[in-house]
Design a protein around this ligand. Sequence first.
Ligand code: FMN
Length: 223
Amino acid sequence: MLLNDALRARRSIRAFRPDPVPEALVRELLEEARLAPSGTNIQPWKVHVVSGAVRALLEQEVLAHRETNPADSGAEFPRRGGARRDPYLGRMRTLGKAMYGLLEIPKGDQAANWRQWGRNYQFFDAPVGLIFTIDNDLDAMSFLDIGMFIQTLMLAAAARGLGTCAQGAWNNYWTVTKRVLGVPDEQYVVCGLSLGWPDETAAVNTLVADREPVDGFAVFHGF
Ligand SMILES: Cc1cc2nc3c(=O)[nH]c(=O)nc-3n(C[C@H](O)[C@H](O)[C@H](O)COP(=O)(O)O)c2cc1C
């Protein structure tokens, strides 16, 4: 697949078929993702790839912890609680409305919302999950590097017909994630990613998130 086809084909996938993704294929994707650029080439990304029994244990432990400690949410690294003003808030609401509409979850149904958000910690049933970590003494630029890495990985996956969903949700319950995966104290859990074969029959996978036109965010100087 051509690169521009892959980047148009990529969309966040939130329902997967159970078919396995072999280790060799994940390695192939990581071989391509590691070509991502990083400031001064420090390559700060670290990745835990989980499948099988470990993936199941992680899911089980995080979901159990979430039920008993629902307030224990939030990242280990400083966050400002997301963009709670327009235009960001409006875009977030538009996405939420479209997604919860496809999932047939009525507005204000807290229990269904809680359950659906919990699907993040099941990697939306994807057979493979990835957890990205970073040394906690690195600065904001290294988070950019991780973003480059993740997007490269997602495009490599899309080019092979694989589906992905980046998941900031894994910022939460990081104590459990670190314990189960043996992540050293000196690292932050930055993000997660679901990886697998898209369930083409799932309505949620038809979601197309809007994008602003170029003139909405770009200013051209000197042309
Ligand atoms: C850093 C990052 C974190 C995200 N976290 C989540 C998440 O926790 N759960 C989720 O369902 N989607 C998550 N997403 C997916 C976004 O909602 C999605 O990328 C956005 O709505 C654009 O849609 P598209 O990926 O289909 O183009 C995340 C995406 C990024 C880049």
